[in-house]
Design a protein around this ligand. Structure first.
Ligand code: CAO
Length: 415
């Protein structure tokens, strides 16, 4: 059986992170992703944060697996014609350039529809329609304008951006959903459509629970926040340190070795139904009889004290041992795993979530494989393409150009 998206061809005009995340997932699902890059330069990330001189960076290689690369400048005469042919030959155009860049190449949406009415045209932009729609946006700008930074960080300290790339990769994943919906819709309508995803909107969507809390704030203090009961609430959702965003209290506590190991911590959630098991494991059976501790309502005003007590116990144990003790008791908890630990984690290698790939110029490197597992269409992770590696092959086999036409385009600097 073929891959889920076999037969779907993507014209990939993406660069940096948000767009490439989207098209990499489509490629893992089996789509033929043709990445168009500027002749002689390519996606800027090929050269950014390089760890080995003159070799495609990990930034690029980890975001462009399973794609084919063609160099093409649609702003040249020959390049413009080739780009039009690519639009005719593909199902989906994905791009994340600054607003208007594809139009300035001579391909507004009306022209694209004329060339290929079935074409789905998917874009990532920083902002949706409104005062900021023309702005260029990178990850942390989206985190700040989408509500993540104002709600992340320690209480009464500066806003903090997270290491998870919710603006870039988060938006790219949202765009995948839009493209798949448009492909399905095209089965019925026979027509393509525009799919747009703004980074601010995607981040706000991921911060949905914080807008929930903003509205709850009008009806009293947010009792699960560490500011309750002694601190003050203003008129906007505050930063809550490591408090759990749900109804069950949680916090990060130290484990054995924390003095020297920056990741010797564990997140523990004191879910009401599992509290008795937790108390017994800690040797605090007294809590279960004591009205000061034995109900969620009694614990709520002194969660800080409760986690101090839990920490006294976890500090005597390795973080993985804490997890092994608490998991069978249905106490949700998670050790803080470093990137080093994740890279070495055997089960992630076995599940294909961490994959080792061989590259002709840089040798072996690790990447994160497809986190979305399909039972009949497993992703098989292939290395990223070299710049222009597939130019001739695509111009000949996909577009039907002959050697003379290819030589003429090359002469003009179009490819
Ligand atoms: N041949 C010739 N020219 C090409 C080309 C090609 N194959 N591919 C791109 N270009 C040109 C574009 O036409 C554009 O030129 P014009 O501005 O003159 O029309 C230019 O290269 C690219 O422009 P850009 O403004 O997109 O690039 P930038 O580095 O200045 O900005 C970014 C980068 C990411 C801020 C901007 O693209 C953006 O805001 N994108 C949308 C939001 C987004 O995805 N951000 C996340 C990026 S991941 O961190």
């Amino acid at each position: 059986m073929g891959k889920a998206l076999e037969g779907v061809r993507i014209l990939d005009m993406t660069h940096v992170q948000s767009g490439p995340t989207c098209t990499q997932i489509l490629a893992w699902f089996g789509a033929d992703v043709i990445k168009v890059e500027r002749p002689g330069a390519g996606d800027a990330t090929r050269g950014q944060l390089r760890d080995i001189p003159d070799v495609d960076s990990l930034y690029f290689t980890m975001l462009n697996a399973n794609k084919r690369s063609v160099t093409l400048n649609p702003k040249t005469e020959a390049g413009n014609k080739i780009f039009a042919k690519l639009i005719e030959a593909c199902d989906v155009l994905v791009e994340n350039f600054a607003p208007g860049a594809i139009d300035r190449m001579g391909f507004p949406w009306e022209k694209i529809q004329e060339l290929n009415p079935r074409m789905i045209y998917a874009s990532v932009k920083g902002f949706g329609p409104g005062p900021f729609e023309d702005c260029k946006v990178y990850e942390n700008v989206a985190q700040c304008t989408g509500g993540a930074a104002s709600t992340t960080g320690e209480i009464d300290r500066v806003p903090i951006v997270t290491g998870a790339q919710i603006g870039d990769s988060g938006t790219g994943i949202h765009l995948v959903a839009g493209i798949l919906a448009a492909l399905l819709h095209r089965e019925k309508s026979g027509k393509g459509q525009r799919v747009e995803c703004a980074m601010q909107d995607a981040v706000l969507n991921l911060c949905r629970v914080k807008l929930r809390d903003q509205q709850r704030l009008a009806h009293g203090p947010l009792k699960e926040y560490p500011q309750y009961p002694n601190g003050k609430f203003g008129d906007a959702v505050p930063r809550a340190g490591n408090a759990s965003g749900g109804g069950q209290p949680g916090w990060i506590v130290k484990c054995k070795g924390w003095e020297t190991d920056p990741d010797a911590y564990i997140y523990v959630i004191t879910q009401a139904a599992a509290f008795a098991g937790l108390a017994k494991a800690m040797g605090r059976e007294d809590w279960l009889e004591d009205p000061e501790w034995n109900t969620p309502a009694a614990r709520l005003p002194k969660l800080d004290k409760m986690f101090d007590e839990i920490e006294k116990w976890t500090m005597t144990k390795d973080k993985r041992d804490v997890m092994s003790i608490l998991n069978p008791l249905n106490v949700p908890c998670g050790p803080i795993l470093s990137m080093k630990e994740l890279a070495e984690e055997e089960s992630l290698r076995e599940s294909g979530t961490i994959v080792e790939v061989d590259h002709p110029e840089r040798g072996k490197y690790l990447t994160v494989g497809n986190p979305i597992k399909l039972s009949d269409s497993p992703a098989d992770v292939q290395r990223s393409p070299l710049l222009g590696e597939h130019t001739d092959e695509i111009l000949k086999n996909v577009l039907g150009l002959d050697d003379n036409e290819i030589a003429a385009a090359r002469e003009q600097g179009a490819i």
